[in-house]
Write a protein that binds this ligand. Structure first.
Ligand code: IZC
Ligand code: ZN
Length: 412
């Protein structure tokens, strides 16, 4: 069906605009009762009250349900070999995330499994995750490499991500500097040399990534190494992002502002000055509360960020180590309950601001005429309901660029 109308929408809720919202405007969303949306050729042609809509021959009846933009997951590591369920016992016995990594496990065990996996295995597994994510209301996903840590495997992972982007709304990010591989453990700077001199030029010339990211963290990559990698990426025309101040305050948020990064992600330990610099630079805070949940950590200071005019987005951080869930509905529960965002602020965080954090706010992240028809119909009578229930899948019908037929497992 290339042209249709979704009618009898009980409540339509959407942020508006084509750039990230911060401060009070982050919580100012458009609410329309008894609404309709028109769709033609994958684009939105009408958003408004149903009684004002033109008559259509193809209609889909939302029967009073809640409709929002499709959710945007702006930070995942979803192409990986294996899983890491064996770490659960270590975690329960008291080992921390960084201790597991330092003992040669963690990211490094996923690197081993990803090097051993074939292109086809990685593609099939990634596509299955993306189908399940669609079924849970997520219509756009950023995916990072970073489980190769050698040129050949980073390229294999990036090819999988770029091929997934042919069938799903996917944005590829190069995260070659995700950890120091075992064979470089005595000379981490020479691994940074490899990323800068050998990996980045190939990734940029083959146009395999839109962004470059780095894990700036104690005993992973320091601020100097992070500045070097991200500056080299910028010089090659890539946008930049950073895993900043997750476990130890390193100044990563300040570096993001200094370099004009599109986003700084995690930010549990970021200081006030660095947050002010982010607000000044327009760098988006991508907060990952499902990771705080799984690692039993505190939560980022989202209310301070909103008060300081830092645009706040949320994402799943889906990966086999620190966030083994891709469920953005759960992320929204945590965004309200733990980050203390209002439902309206949280909706903006998971739609328009998340789209801006991956450079797509002009086409995605809100329900407005001319934007892509990425639409989530929820089995919810109002907005609070979506954030209040948890653990069950509340998605009723999900459209990605107007199409509700891509997924292999049908909804409801
Ligand atoms: O596999 O542990 N934090 N990178 C930084 C991750 C989590 C992914 C992983
Ligand atoms: Zn991450």
């Amino acid at each position: 069906m290339s042209e249709y109308q979704i009618i009898n929408i009980g409540l339509l809720a959407t942020p508006q605009g084509s750039s990230a919202l911060s401060g009070e405007p982050q919580g100012k969303i458009r609410l329309i009762k008894n609404a309709a949306i028109g769709v033609k050729n994958g684009k939105i042609t009408y958003v408004g009250e149903m009684e004002d809509a033109a008559r259509a021959s193809n209609v889909i009846d939302a029967a009073g349900r809640l409709v929002t933009p499709g959710l945007v997951d702006a930070h995942t590591h979803l192409v990986f070999g294996g899983f890491r369920q064996h770490e659960l016992g270590l975690k329960l016995a008291g080992a921390s995330y960084l201790e597991i990594l330092q003992s040669g496990g963690g990211i490094l065990s996923t690197v081993e499994a990803t090097r051993a996996a074939s292109y086809d295995e990685l593609y099939t597994k990634g596509a299955a995750f993306l189908d399940e994510m669609l079924n849970h209301g997520t219509t756009t996903v950023e995916i990072k490499s970073g489980y190769g840590l050698d040129l050949e495997t980073e390229l294999k992972q990036l090819r999988v991500i770029n091929d997934l982007a042919k069938s799903y709304n996917v944005v590829p990010t190069f995260l070659g500097a995700h950890a120091v591989p075992t064979d470089f453990s005595k000379s981490p700077d020479s691994f940074v040399d490899l990323v800068v001199n050998e990996m980045l030029p190939v990734v940029a010339s083959q146009k395999l990534a839109k962004y470059c990211d780095i894990f700036c963290e104690k005993s992973v990559f320091n601020i100097g190494q992070s500045r070097r990698v991200l500056k080299a990426a910028k010089a090659l025309g890539l946008g930049v992002k950073i895993h900043a101040d997750e476990i130890v305050s390193m100044g990563g948020a300040g570096l993001a502002a200094e370099l004009g990064a599109v986003s700084a992600d995690h930010l549990l330990e970021s200081g006030d000055e660095d947050l002010a610099a982010m607000a000044q630079a327009g760098t988006i805070a991508v907060l990952l509360p499902a990771t705080s949940f799984y690692l039993n950590k505190g939560y980022a200071r989202a209310r301070d960020m909103i008060n300081k005019n830092v645009p706040v987005a949320v994402a799943s951080d889906f990966n086999p180590g620190s966030s083994p869930s891709y469920n953005m509905q759960f992320v929204l529960n945590l965004a309200c309950l733990k980050l203390r965002l209002t439902p309206a602020e949280a909706l903006t965080a998971a739609t328009l601001n998340a789209a801006a954090a991956i450079g797509l706010a002009d086409t995605k992240g809100s329900l407005e005429v001319g934007k892509d028809a990425d639409i989530a119909v929820w089995d919810c009578p109002d907005l609070n309901f979506l954030f209040y229930r948890y653990g069950n899948n509340q998605a009723y019908k999900i459209f990605a660029q107007g199409d509700d037929s891509q997924r292999s497992t049908p909804l409801n």
